[in-house]
Design a protein. Structure first.
Length: 94
């Protein structure tokens, strides 16, 4: 019984490897639309920004209390608002 099961598993593995080899050949030749799609996917991947890659991108962190996080967000927002006001005031006087 075990031998038949192993033969069945080996047949599945061989079929999967054959399919992988044929797809590898297609990808290596990069024919037609496959080439276009791969290059588009490559460009898209380079443009994407991962959430959490920078310190300010973190949405929620359990190491801090919620009140502390809320206060920090408010302070950041106020600083950004102050910078915006300074820019407007300086452009008015110029």
């Amino acid at each position: 019984v075990r031998n038949f099961w192993i033969q069945g598993q080996n047949a599945k593995i061989q079929a999967r490897n054959k399919a992988r080899k044929s797809w590898k050949a297609v990808l290596e030749s990069k024919a037609g639309s496959v080439k276009r799609k791969l290059s588009a996917a490559s460009r898209f991947g380079k443009r994407m920004k991962q959430l959490g890659s920078g310190g300010r991108d973190i949405v929620f962190d359990t190491s801090k209390e919620f009140v502390e996080m809320d206060r920090a967000k408010e302070e950041d927002a106020m600083k950004d608002f102050d910078k915006m006001l300074e820019k407007k005031e300086s452009s008015v006087w110029e």
